[in-house]
Design a protein around this ligand. Sequence first.
Ligand code: MF3
Ligand code: CO
Length: 248
Amino acid sequence: MIALRSPQEIEKIYAACQVVAEILSRLEEHIRPGVTTLDLNDLSEDLAAQKKAKPAFKGYNGYPYALCTSVNEEVVHGMPSRKRVLWEGDIISIDFGVMIDGYYGDAAITVPVGQVSDEAKALCRVTEASLYEGIRQAVVENHLSDISHAIQSYVESRGFSVVREFVGHGIGRRLHESPQIPNYGPPGKGVRLKPGMVLAIEPMINAGRPDVQVLEDHWTAVTVDRQLSAHFEHTIAVTENGPRILTR
Ligand code: MF3
Ligand code: CO
């Protein structure tokens, strides 16, 4: 069952999403060589506390941090560390969510650290654009997999590959609700989209092979070929007037 949110509920989700967007942009400004991924986590916790927002990831399935920080070949769920210092040329995905007044918002961006390679720039650009290709399909009466297919075809036509092991999701009263939203698949499958559905769409895109593995810490997912990976995510609402991006 996929929840259909009332306009009042969507405004509550929007309030959480706006805090997520603002904190991600503050974190982005803070990213430069010499900063550690734990610095970013601690900043996210301070900013969330100022907004009286509860970090959504901390404690989720035992995850110990507020923020996921995935550097270079790390795909998702990278754990902040005092020892992980950012260097010029790195790319870092920061993924953050909050709960306010019982409603959740979730978003992610990938940010270059100083000057990065042309390949890294292209990967980030294509990953973000693929998110918007997916969002463009989030219209009433489209099928769920129209989102998935739009992302996959955009990404693969540009020579990059789609991670299969992690997916987007419904969101609202919990961080993860149904449906699951793969970033690949044929068009025209799955449920039809209805006004009031709220979805977190989140392509994870690799420069090389699509395969990922989870490290011994049981969280950090990395590319098997250790090539770069990027991740962008927005929480959106399906409306009669088209998709509304709540985390902008
Ligand atoms: N934003 C991610 C997601 O959508 C990360 C959550 S996993 C967590 O699913 F355990 F870190 F919370
Ligand atoms: Co998510």
